[in-house]
Design a binder for this molecule. Structure first.
Ligand code: ADP
Ligand code: MG
Length: 690
């Protein structure tokens, strides 16, 4: 049959589907034939090689071949058929329920192959409802049923039927599946061609074939991910020149004098990397990563002071105003008594004050300007901006860079993040972004003690919190939602703040803080909390990033299963920051097994890298990095961590192809280009413009 739309053919026009079933497929997002054949089994049942009847063992999967000796039908509300079959080793009984589909086919003398679980029951039946294949002779070795692919459930369609339909469609549309890689590339990497891969991913004969098929699809996922990354990177490659900002011994000594402690080896190491970057006209683009409390701020300030010592300006951008405020206060402390001029620019300032700051910035009188992202976008004009420090915590500012570049300046960039990314992975994913890691915490830090509780143990949790508050320490209680939701039965911060203040902690000062508050109100509450006029803050995730309150030691997170692990890790970093023992009490619904496992991983380690890996594995790269910003496709088959070597290979191959044909414009890359657009869609339209 001829299908003009090829793999884009609507599934309802393919045999075996029809409008009724098409609707069921559509519910899980499968509209086209292409999408249907991309619907892979989540696992397989392998029944293994054909066994003799005499060798069957109970509770094992097995395949046998035999001759039908007798057939006995029992009709009724549920039809049933019982047969005896024999091979040269013995005979046995098999039965099927709801077996109308076998009617007329099961005849004495017919050779059949059956696959299923051996179950020995009282009436000597060995198999119940096994899979069956009709053979032309006992030597017929076509093996249709030795494997059973297990597909993710689709409501309303029998798993068996799904397997059948996919098999059927694959057969019908095989000719429309066209290879996009060159045969050299496939050969070099020992990869199956795409048609073979499709066949084997849906119906492998054994584990080995299944893994081979998976490898091809995993390779492609990683290949196109890398292709997307490298193409988009090309687009935002920096072309300008930055100013050279050297740092001699004199400047170094001067800067170190600002800190009340010696820097750790870890800090020294990353400072060396940063200093060497800044001592070049090639713009620095460096990611500074380190766990919460690892001492990134100090490192960033060091970099800032190098620029200032060279008579250039620095912009520091934080994701929220609270954080900008906090950076400002910290820096003011470190810079007390120095000549460095530092200013804070946030919303809600008096116009006259704001105008004054802007004027001083444009005249070069302010050395370090701190604020949110609006710093570099609005009416702010620097006279000599040479370094931009972005405290993204866990988002990566890519868009910001182009914003500031369009102003005709080309500063050095330092991006800080507290969501550690496995180093090698970061290098691969961010390419032109260099990575520095602070891998050791400053001395004297105690890891936060973390424990998981059930909702029914909540009173135990509150009692613990009370004991800490009585000792003069402070705490946070975090909820996923601010207000009650109709759809989710969750406690919310607003409700709980009231309830806790009245019923649980009446003798303490409890306040609510959340993201939708005016920044002045938030600022005010944070100030009071720091000054210990508040004991307990009930919060939404606004406290997630960077807030520093030395005496906060207890953190309770309700419905903790609703948070990403990295997010929990960030939250946990809020307590025990001043050498006191910190506690993190997670409350979670014990019903969800996976959530429970994730959380228990979390309670057992405070290693941010391990947690990031786990999080990456669970949520996939898109969500982990923020899909909108990175356009990273979700990985279905590949695993960024387990398939890391494969990713390096794919990346290498992509680089080679792009070196030779930067816009994939050559005829031999037509298929590749089509596939890229098919997979990554509109996100990569611009390659046409290139
Ligand atoms: P981050 O920004 O990585 O979360 P900070 O730079 O805010 O971490 O540092 C966390 C705390 O550790 C701060 O209170 C800071 O004063 C302290 N600190 C940073 N570096 C050192 C060091 N080398 N020795 C001792 N304490 C340090
Ligand atoms: Mg910090």
């Amino acid at each position: 049959m001829n299908y003009p739309d090829g793999l884009d053919t609507n599934i309802r026009f393919s045999k075996g589907v029809g409008p009724q079933r098409a609707k069921l497929f559509e519910r899980v997002g499968i509209y086209t034939v292409g999408q249907l054949i991309d619907f892979f089994p989540s696992r397989y049942r392998f029944f293994g090689r054909v066994k003799k009847i005499a060798d069957l063992k109970p509770h094992q999967d097995a395949v046998i071949i035999g001759r039908v000796e007798s057939v006995q039908w029992q009709y009724g509300r549920r039809s049933r058929v019982i047969i005896d079959i024999s091979d040269d080793s013995g005979w046995t009984t098999i039965r099927w329920f709801n077996s109308n589909y076998l009617s007329g086919k099961l005849k004495v003398g017919q050779w059949i192959k059956v696959a299923g679980r051996v179950s020995y029951s009282l009436d000597d039946t060995v198999f119940t409802n096994p899979k069956i294949q009709f053979l032309t002779s006992p030597e017929d070795d076509s093996d249709e049923i030795n494997t059973q692919p297990v597909y993710p459930t689709i409501k309303g369609i029998y798993p068996r039927t799904v397997a059948y339909i996919v098999g059927r469609v694959l057969e019908d549309f095989e000719e429309y599946i066209e290879e996009w890689h060159s045969s050299e590339l496939l050969r070099k990497n020992h990869l199956l061609n795409i048609r073979e891969a499709y066949k084997l991913i849906h119906k492998p004969a054994n584990h080995k074939q299944a893994e081979k098929a998976r490898l091809r699809f995993a390779y492609d996922e990683l290949f196109f991910m890398q292709l997307g990354i490298l193409l988009s990177r090309r687009k935002r490659q920096i072309t300008g020149k930055s100013v050279k900002l050297p740092c001699g011994d004199k400047i170094d000594t001067h800067i170190r004098r600002r800190f009340p402690f010696p820097l750790t080896d870890s800090q020294d190491k990353v400072i060396r990397e940063i200093v060497s970057d800044m001592n070049s006209t090639r713009p620095m683009y460096r990611l500074l990563q380190g766990d919460v409390g690892a001492g990134k701020t100090v490192v960033a300030l060091y970099a800032g002071l190098v620029a200032v010592a060279n008579h250039y300006q620095v912009a520091i951008m934080a994701p929220t105003e609270i954080l900008a405020q906090q950076h400002y206060q910290k820096l003011c402390k470190y810079l007390e008594g120095s000549r460095v001029k530092i200013a804070l620019l946030v919303g809600g300032m008096k116009k006259s004050v704001r105008d004054e700051i802007l004027r001083e910035v444009s005249e070069g009188k302010i050395d370090i300007l701190i604020g949110t992202h609006s710093l570099i976008q609005k009416d702010v004009k620097f006279s000599s901006l040479a370094l931009v420090i972005i405290d993204e915590q866990h988002k990566f500012g890519v868009a910001q860079r182009s914003a500031i570049q369009s102003k005709g300046i080309c500063p050095h960039y330092l991006v800080m993040t507290a969501t550690p990314i496995p180093r090698s992975l970061a290098l691969t994913i961010f390419g032109d972004l260099q990575v520095s890691t602070i891998d050791k915490l400053p001395p004297g830090r105690k890891p936060v003690k973390t424990k998981l509780y059930r909702q029914s143990q909540i009173n135990e949790v509150w009692n613990f919190v009370k004991s800490k508050l009585k000792a003069g320490e402070q705490g946070f209680i975090v909820y996923p939602l601010l207000n009650p939701s109709d759809k989710l039965e969750l406690k919310s911060a607003a409700e709980q703040a009231e309830y806790l203040a009245k019923n649980v902690f009446p003798e303490f000062r409890v306040e609510l803080i959340h993201g939708q508050m005016k920044s002045e109100t938030k600022r005010d509450i944070m100030r009071k909390f720091k000054e210990k006029q508040i004991d307990l803050l009930v919060a939404t995730v606004v406290i997630e990033v960077g807030i520093d309150v030395p005496d906060a030691t207890v953190l309770v997170i309700e419905h903790s299963e609703r948070f990403g692990l990295s997010q929990l890790h960030q939250l946990r970093g809020r307590v025990g920051r001043s050498g006191q023992q910190g506690y993190c009490l997670l409350i979670a619904d014990a019903r969800n097994k996976i959530a429970k496992k994730r959380l228990s991983v979390f309670t057992k380690t405070t290693d941010g890298f391990k947690i990031a890996e786990e999080d990456l594995r669970i949520r996939g790269p898109g969500e982990f990095f923020g899909t909108a910003q990175h356009g990273l496709p979700e990985l279905k088959v590949a695993d960024l961590i387990d398939d890391y070597q494969l990713m390096l290979i794919a990346r290498n191959d992509v680089q080679k192809i792009l070196r030779d044909d930067p816009h994939l414009a050559k005829v031999e890359h037509k298929k590749l280009r089509e596939q890229l657009i098919r997979r990554l869609g509109d996100k990569f339209k611009f390659i046409d413009a290139g």
